[in-house]
Structures are given as C-alpha cells and as structure tokens.
Design a protein around this ligand. Structure first.
Ligand code: SAH
Length: 387
C-alpha cells in the first residue's frame, strides 16, 4: 500500500434481496411483486444511482411505510473497498472484496476531456491469454450485475466526495460539481471476459445507459472481448454498445498461440461477426481493434502489412497497446521504434492507429495488470465453454 492508499470497510447483510444490480425492468418486476406501483422503481433507481444512497431511510419521496417495508426485505449492498491507490498521473485503482473472499480491481483514468472507468466482469478469467496477468490467476466465478454496477456506483460516490472535500470549492461549485459527470466513459476492460458473463453484464449495462441511473450514451460504454462470436450476435440484438476486439495477431497461427479462444472462433469468423454487428446501422461508426505489442511475436513489418490487409474495408481504428509486464510473464514489450514503425505502416495503409498511453503504471493499474485475489478454480478455456 502506498502513501495515497486508504482503507474503507462497509457492513454487509447477505440474507436480503440486493437491489443494487436491478435494471429498470427488473426493479419494476420487484415492485409489482411486493404490490407497489411501477413509478416506485424509477424513484428508487434515482436514489441509488444518481444520489449514491444505500439507505432506504434517506429516500424522502418514498412513504415511511414503504421505506420500512423495503428495509425489512431488501438492501443496497456493494462490495467492500479494501484498498484505494492513487497514481502520480491521477489514475485511481480500487481493490474490492466480494462475498466469498475473492477480490476484483477497478480503475479510474482521468483525461483532459473525459474520465474513464475500467470495470471487471469476472473474478479471474478462463481464457488463458499468455500475456495477461488476470489469466495467470485462473477463473473463479462470474460477477453478479450488482457487483459489476457497484464498481461504477462506488467510483462515482468516491469521486464526487473527492471534489466535495476539496476545501477550495465554494458551495455553488460543490452543487455544480455534484451534477457534473466525472465518469463519462465505461470500458469493460478489467478482469474477465464480459461476453462469457452475458446476462449480468447486459443488466449492468442497462443501468449504465438508463436515464434514471447513469444515462451514459451507447458510444461511451465499450465492451472489450477476445471474440466470443455467438455472444456478439446476441449483443447486437440486446444492447449494441461500442466494441473493442482483442485481436492481437494478423493471422490464426500467431493468434492461436497467444489467444487460445481463437482455436474455437478463428479470425475469419470473428471479423465476420464484427461486420455483422455494424451492418444496417449508420449511427455506429467504427469499432476498435486492440493489438498488444509483443517483441518478436506479432510486431514485425510483415505482421503490420498482414494486419492492414486483414482489416481492409472494416470500419475500425487500431489501438496498439505496449505490453505491460508482470511478474513471471514470458513476453517482452516491443521497442518504441518497432511500435512506431508498425503504426506508420498501418497509417500509410489508411488506418487510424494510435499507441495507447500506459496509465497508472506506478500502481500496476495498466491493461492486463489487474489481478485482484482469486481462489483459482483452474477452469481454463475448454471446448465446452458457452457464452
Ligand atoms: N477479456 C477481455 C477484456 C480483457 S483486458 C478482452 O480480451 O478483451 C482488456 C485489454 O487488455 C485486452 O485487449 C487485453 O488483451 C489487454 N491486455 C491483457 N494483458 C495485457 C498486458 N499484459 N499488456 C497489455 N495489454 C494487455
């Protein structure tokens, strides 16, 4: 723990229904079941997600009798924050403890014109990509929708508090700040493969997009996936948010080695699914191809030309991610010169290619470094894996 770390511990009561992860439809069903009107769902969603309230007693536009009833049967419960670290560049990483003793990590990345929250979707990961630290932990379980949205709920509460506690803030500024969006974008790029936890991820995304909750636009919520092809098709039907595809290789031979899921859903099928995802909708402009730069593995000039040919006519931009090392990783990051040459080849072939800035590296908050603490049940990728 560094000097910027602090520990906050909250109480829990597992027997009651946890309303934190309920989207509007689910919340309406809950109120119908307890004999209450549907508008209660909107009121309670607003209290939870827009005002960060976790105590029914504070929901002042709800009758006292209903508040008492809710307190008897339900709760709003997020994981405990067990560590909070702030990096020199303003990046914040939270370590959260879940029921059962595992933990997950969430990262907030401030930039000049936006604030991005990087959210985890599973405890560990089953995909076993060789260059990823989460994969080395093995897989334990899916996060519930409450545990996924809790990451945004906690970050939102904490960040608004930071601003409110700033003594230089005037009261007027504090009110203004409480309305201002600090988190403008969410990326499901933390621990886990979001499309292998489909239902819970989609319910949490409904809350991110819901006007009575966080009200983010679809363009500002991004699912990053190693390419679970059938789930991409479902996602298009259910909530067609922005996409980032972890391609990392220009051909199946290389991809089979570094992203084992490729053996099940090879590149051709994956890119077809991406094309389909964008078909028939002119509003969705493009998706992101993620490409981790691994020295001597996928970073040659020939690889760059191959990648340019592979992605021809696809509406995408390319994010080159310098490999972030972690203990016992068997890979090395490509040299800066090699990365720039790779980028230039793509650029000359007509692509928008950018080198992703590594953020929060003094607190191990960069891509692929999120580890949490996972009781490894060693359920690695196997042929029977289902979205
Ligand atoms: N399972 C999802 C989310 C994973 S993490 C997916 O595969 O997309 C988000 C991104 O970080 C992915 O592109 C992943 O491949 C990349 N990544 C993982 N480990 C990394 C590392 N050590 N250095 C750089 N990028 C890494």
């Amino acid at each position: 723990m560094n000097s910027n770390s602090k520990i906050i511990v909250s109480q829990s009561s597992p027997a009651k229904i946890n309303l934190l992860g309920y989207d509007l439809a689910h919340m309406k069903a809950f109120f119908a079941e307890i004999g209450e009107k549907p508008f209660r769902a909107v009121q309670v969603l607003k209290w939870i997600h827009q005002f960060g309230v976790d105590d029914f007693a504070q929901m002042t536009n709800v009758s006292q009798a209903l508040r008492n009833k809710l307190a008897d049967i339900a709760q709003i419960r997020a994981p405990e924050i067990i560590m909070e670290q702030k990096a020199n560049d303003g990046t914040i990483k939270w370590l959260m403890r879940l029921d059962g003793g595992n933990s997950i990590e969430t990262v907030y990345i401030p930039e000049d014109n936006r604030g991005t929250l990087c959210v985890s979707s599973q405890v560990g990961c089953a995909l076993d990509c060789g260059f990823c630290s989460t994969a080395k932990q093995g897989f334990n379980r899916n996060l519930s929708s409450a545990e996924i949205i809790a990451q945004l709920w906690i970050a939102n509460r904490t960040l608004h508090q930071f601003e409110a506690n700033n003594e230089e803030s005037t009261t007027a500024k504090k009110v203004q700040d409480s309305k201002r969006r600090i988190i403008t974008n969410v990326v499901l790029m933390g621990m886990g493969e979001p499309l292998l936890n489909f239902d819970n991820v989609v319910e949490a995304i409904h809350l991110m997009l819901e006007d009575h909750a966080y009200g983010l636009s679809k363009r500002r919520v991004t699912i990053s996936t190693a390419g679970v092809v059938p789930a991409l098709k479902r996602l298009r039907e259910e909530c067609d948010v922005s996409l980032a595809i972890s391609l990392h290789a220009p051909n199946d031979q290389i991809r089979d080695q570094i992203v084992p899921l490729n053996k099940k859903y090879p590149i051709k099928e994956l890119l077809e699914a991406c094309r389909f995802y964008f078909s028939g909708d002119t509003k969705k402009k493009q998706f992101t191809i993620e490409y981790v730069m691994l020295a001597g593995i996928n970073d040659s000039e020939k690889n760059a030309r191959e990648l340019a040919a592979l992605l021809k006519k696809l509406p995408c931009k390319i994010n080159l991610i310098p490999f972030n090392p972690f203990p016992d990783s068997e890979f090395e990051c490509s040299k800066l010169q090699t990365i720039n040459r790779f980028k230039d080849i793509l650029y000359k072939a007509g692509y928008v290619a950018v080198v992703r800035k590594t953020r929060g590296d003094d607190i191990d908050a960069a891509c692929g470094q999120l580890a949490g603490k996972v009781k490894d049940k060693s359920r690695r990728l196997n042929p029977g894996i289902q979205p």
